[in-house]
Design a protein around this ligand. Structure first.
Ligand code: C2E
Ligand code: MG
Ligand code: MG
Length: 739
C-alpha cells in the first residue's frame, strides 16, 4: 500500500462490483494499495456485497457524499490523509455520524486500536489475506447493529414527537440508586433543561409542589409495598414560577428475584385540560354576576347536608332571601345599578355567613355549623345552615343577615337603602328533601312579604301556599311582557245564518316555558299587581297592528274586541292608550271593540259613564261581556252608550238542559232587541245550542262549534278561506287537530 501515484489513486475510485439487488449492502472500500483493494473487493463481492472503491481519503469522502454507502471499510495507513483522519472527517459529514466504519489495520497494537476508536471507528479488523469470511461476517454484524440502532433512533424520535404532542414525558426511577432518568419532554414539562444522564431523586421531589409532596410520597410508598400500579395527579412548581398540573402513571419493574428494579412511568401535562375543566365546573356551579354558588350547586350542597343531618341527627335550615321591591329599583334605576346592588348584597351575605360576626351574642352557639350562601337567580338568595344543634341557632344568623342588607349601599356615589324578606324552613321539621324545604322557605318568605316585608319568619303550616304561588306568578309575569311571552289569539265571531266571520275577540295567552298558559291563570294576578295596565295597553297596540296586517294582506278586515279588565277602569286611563294606538296605526276606530264585564260597569256606573262616553267619541264600539251574571238594572243599562251584549257562556251551556237558563237567554235576547243592541252568544259548542239561539233571534255567535281562538296568521287564513267561499270552519278544525 501507499505506492501508487496520486493521480492513479484518485482516478481508480470506481464502482467495481456487479449490481446487486437494492437490499444488498453497499460497502465503501478505501485502500491506497491497489492489489489489496482488488483482493478485498472481489472477496466481498463474492460474499454478496456491492463494493465501491476509493484509493484515497479524499476520494473516499467525495464518494461517501455522493454514494451514501451503508458501511465504510477504511485502511488505517494511507499517505496524505490516513484512515484515522478520514474517519474523523467522515464523522463530521452529514449522514456520516452513524455510518458503521470498520478500520482495517495491519498492526494489532493497542495504540492504533485506541486511535481507531478515538477517531470514531465503529470497530477494527486486522488485515490479512485469508480472513475474508470473517471480515464479511464482521461487516454483516456491524450492518445489523447499525440498522437496529437506526430503527431504535427512529422509533425513539417518533416516541419523543408523540410525547411532545401529547405533552407526555417518560421517566424511570431506580429506588436503590435514588436516581431518576427523565425524558426530554419530562424535563420540558418540569421547566428543566434536558438531563440525559438523569437526576437525583431528591431533585425531582423538590420540584413537586409542597402541598402535594406528602400525599404523593405516600402513594409511591404504597405502590412499592403493594407492588401495584400508580396513577395520581399532582402539581409541579417550575423555577419560572409556573405551576403545572401533571398526571403521573407508573408501573413497577422487577428483576429475576422479584425485587423492584425500577419504577417506570409517564408524566402528562394536563394543566390546560384541568383549567378548562375547572372553568366548566365553575360555569356550571357558580353565578357569573355575583360569583356565588348557583341553584344547581346549592341543591347539591343541601342534599349532602340533609344526608349528613340524617346520619348525625343534626338540623338543617334553609333561608330563602328575596330583596324587597327589587324589580321596581331595577326598572327605575337601570339594570347596571340593579346588578351592582345584587353584587354588593351577595358580598354582604357571604361575609355575614362566613364572618366572625356570626358568632352569636351569647357565645359561639353555632360552632361547627357549616354555612353557605347561593344565588338562586334574579334577586333571590339562599343561605344554608347545616349541622345545627337547635332551631334557636337560626335567629342570630337571620338577624345578622337582615342587618347586613339594611346597611346603606353606596352605588355610583348614590346611597341606596335595601331591605329583604327571609323565609326559613327547617329539616327535618318541615321536610327532608331539597324541593320541599326550598318550597316551604319560599312560602315563609312570601308570608313576610305579605306582612309588610323587611323581616323573617319560620315556615308554619298555616301559611298560605297560594299566596306564594301568586307572588311567584307575579314576578314571572313582570318579565313576560318584556320578554314578549304574551301573545294574542283570535276567536271568530260569526253570523250563524251565513257562516260569515263578522268579528273576532282577542284572547290573551302566555307562552311560558313552552306551554300556553290560559288567561284564567294569570289575568287575576296581573289585575292585583297592577300589571294589567301595561298589559292591556300592549294588547290594544297589538290588536291595532294585527288588524292592519290583515288589511294589508288583502282581506276585508273585521272588528276585533279586546277584553278590558275591571281593575283597569278603576286604576288606569283607558282613553289615552286607545287614542294613541289608533293614531299611531291609523286604524279606523270602528274596527276596534272593547269588552267590559257587566259587574264592573254596574258597580261603578258614575265613573264608568264618562269613560264610556269618551270612548264612544273616539269611535270604538263597546260590548258588555258575560252579560246576565251581574244583575243589571234596565234603567242603568239604558243610560250606557253601549253597542252589544254578550250572553255569558254559562247560560248557553245549559240552554238545552235547563229551562231557567233557556228563559234567561230568551230574556237577554229580548232585552237587547228592545234596547236596539247587538247580542252575541258566547261558548256555543253544539248544533242544538246554535239552533235554539238562532230560533230566538240571536244569530251572532262565538264558540268552539265554529272555531277556537287561533293565532293571528291562522286567523288570516280563515278570513281568506271565507273570502274564497270555502268552509273556513273545516280549516279551523283541521288546524285545531294539527295543534
Ligand atoms: P271571555 O272574555 O268571556 O272570553 C271567552 C272565553 O271563552 C275564552 O276563554 C274563550 O276561549 C272561551 N270559549 C270560547 N268558545 C268556547 C266554547 O265553545 N266553550 C267554552 N267552554 N269556552 C269557550 P279564555 O281565552 O280562557 O279567556 C277567559 C277569560 O279571560 C276571558 O273571558 C276574559 O275575561 C279574560 N281574558 C282573556 N284575554 C284577556 C285580555 O286580553 N285582557 C283581559 N283583561 N282579560 C282577558
Ligand atoms: Mg270577552
Ligand atoms: Mg265572556
Amino acid at each position: 500500500m501507499g505506492h501508487e501515484d496520486a493521480v492513479g489513486r484518485h482516478l481508480t475510485a470506481t464502482v467495481s462490483a456487479p449490481l446487486h439487488p437494492p437490499s444488498t449492502a453497499r460497502v465503501l472500500l478505501v485502500d491506497d494499495d491497489g492489489v489489496a483493494r482488488l483482493l478485498t473487493a472481489s472477496a466481498l463481492a463474492e460474499r454478496g456485497f456491492m463494493v465501491i472503491e476509493a484509493a484515497s481519503g479524499e476520494a473516499a469522502l467525495a464518494l461517501f457524499a455522493s454514494e451514501r454507502p451503508d458501511i465504510v471499510v477504511l485502511d488505517a495507513l494511507m499517505p496524505e490523509m490516513d484512515g484515522f483522519t478520514t474517519c474523523e472527517r467522515l464523522r463530521r459529514m452529514r449522514g456520516g455520524e452513524h455510518v458503521p466504519v470498520l478500520m482495517l489495520t495491519g498492526l494489532d497494537d493497542d495504540r492504533s486500536i485506541a486511535r481507531a476508536y478515538e477517531a470514531g471507528a465503529t470497530d477494527f479488523f486486522v488485515k490479512s489475506n485469508n480472513h475474508w469470511t470473517l471480515l464479511a461476517e464482521r461487516l454483516r454484524y456491524l450492518l445489523r447493529a447499525a440498522r437496529l440502532r437506526a430503527e431504535l433512533a427512529a422509533s425513539q424520535a417518533k416516541l419523543a414527537k408523540a410525547q411532545r404532542i401529547a405533552r407526555l414525558g417518560s421517566w424511570q426511577w431506580d429506588p436503590q440508586a435514588h436516581w431518576v432518568m427523565l425524558s426530554d419532554e419530562c424535563c420540558a414539562i418540569a421547566g428543566l433543561p434536558p438531563h440525559p444522564h438523569g437526576v437525583d431523586e431528591q431533585f425531582v421531589w423538590s420540584r413537586v409542589l409542597e402541598e402535594d409532596r406528602t400525599r404523593l410520597a405516600a402513594l409511591f410508598r404504597e405502590a412499592l409495598l403493594t407492588r401495584g400500579p400508580l396513577a395520581v395527579e399532582c402539581r409541579l412548581l417550575r423555577s419560572d414560577g409556573q405551576l403545572r398540573t401533571v398526571h403521573v402513571e407508573a408501573e413497577l419493574d422487577f428483576d429475576d428475584h422479584g425485587r423492584v428494579r425500577a419504577v417506570e412511568g409517564v408524566l402528562q401535562d394536563i394543566t390546560e385540560r384541568r383549567q378548562a375543566e375547572d372553568q366548566i365546573r365553575h360555569l356550571a356551579n357558580f353565578d357569573s354576576l355575583t360569583g356565588l354558588p348557583n341553584r344547581r350547586f346549592f341543591r347539591e350542597q343541601l342534599a349532602a347536608s340533609l344526608e349528613q343531618a340524617r346520619a348525625n341527627g343534626s338540623l338543617v335550615a334553609v333561608l330563602f332571601i328575596d330583596i324587597d321591591r327589587f324589580k321596581q329599583a331595577n326598572d327605575t334605576l337601570g339594570h347596571d345599578v340593579g346588578d351592582a346592588v345584587l353584587r354588593e348584597i351577595a358580598q354582604r351575605l357571604h361575609q355575614t355567613v362566613r364572618g366572625r360576626d356570626l358568632v352569636a351574642r351569647g357565645g359561639p352557639v353555632e360552632a361547627g355549623a357549616a354555612r353557605s350562601v347561593a344565588r338562586l337567580g334574579g334577586d333571590e338568595f339562599i343561605v344554608l345552615l347545616s349541622d345545627l344543634a337547635s332551631p334557636l341557632d337560626v335567629e342570630p344568623v337571620v338577624v345578622r343577615l337582615l342587618e347586613a342588607i339594611r346597611r346603606p349601599l353606596l352605588i355610583n356615589g348614590t346611597e341606596l337603602f335595601v331591605t329583604a324578606s327571609i323565609g326559613v324552613a327547617l329539616a327535618p321539621a318541615h321536610g327532608e328533601d331539597v324541593d320541599t324545604l326550598v318550597r316551604k322557605a319560599d312560602i315563609a318568605m312570601y308570608a313576610v312579604k305579605d306582612a309588610g316585608r323587611d323581616g323573617w319568619q319560620i315556615f308554619d303550616d298555616a301559611m298560605n301556599a297560594a299566596t306564594a304561588q301568586r307572588w311567584r306568578l307575579e314576578t314571572a309575569l313582570h318579565r313576560a311582557l318584556e320578554r314578549g311571552e304574551l301573545v294574542l289569539h283570535y276567536q271568530p265571531k260569526v253570523d250563524a245564518l251565513t257562516g260569515a266571520i263578522i268579528g273576532a275577540e282577542a284572547l290573551m295567552r302566555w307562552q311560558r316555558d313552552g306551554e300556553l298558559v290560559p288567561p284564567a291563570q294569570f289575568i287575576a294576578v296581573a289585575e292585583e299587581s297592577g300589571q294589567i295596565v301595561p298589559i292591556t295597553e300592549w294588547a290594544i297596540d297589538t290588536v291595532c297592528r294585527q288588524v292592519l296586517t290583515w288589511r294589508e294582506a288583502g282581506v276585508s278586515a273585521v272588528p276585533v274586541a279586546i277584553n278590558i279588565s275591571s281593575r283597569h277602569l278603576q286604576r288606569g286611563h283607558l282613553i289615552e292608550p286607545v287614542r294613541r294606538a289608533l293614531a299611531a296605526t291609523g286604524l279606523p276606530a270602528r274596527l276596534l271593540e272593547l269588552e267590559l264585564t257587566e259587574t264592573v260597569l254596574m258597580q261603578n256606573i258614575e265613573a264608568a259613564l264618562p269613560l264610556l262616553q269618551a270612548l264612544k267619541r273616539l269611535g270604538v264600539s263597546i260590548a258588555i261581556d258575560d252579560f246576565g251574571t251581574g244583575y243589571s238594572s234596565l234603567a242603568y243599562l239604558k243610560r250606557l252608550p253601549i253597542d252589544a251584549l254578550k250572553i255569558d257562556r254559562s247560560f248557553v251551556r245549559e240552554l238545552e238542559t235547563s229551562d231557567d237558563d233557556a228563559a234567561i237567554v230568551a230574556a237577554i235576547i229580548a232585552l237587547a232587541r228592545s234596547l236596539k243592541l247587538q247580542v252575541v252568544a258566547e261558548g256555543v259548542e253544539t248544533r242544538g245550542q246554535m239552533a235554539r239561539l238562532a230560533a230566538q233571534g240571536c244569530t251572532q255567535m262565538q264558540g268552539w262549534l265554529f272555531a277556537p281562538a287561533v293565532d293571528g296568521d291562522t286567523f288570516l287564513d280563515l278570513l281568506r278561506a271565507r273570502a274564497r267561499g270555502s268552509d273556513w270552519r273545516l280549516l279551523a278544525a283541521a288546524r285545531e287537530e294539527a295543534a
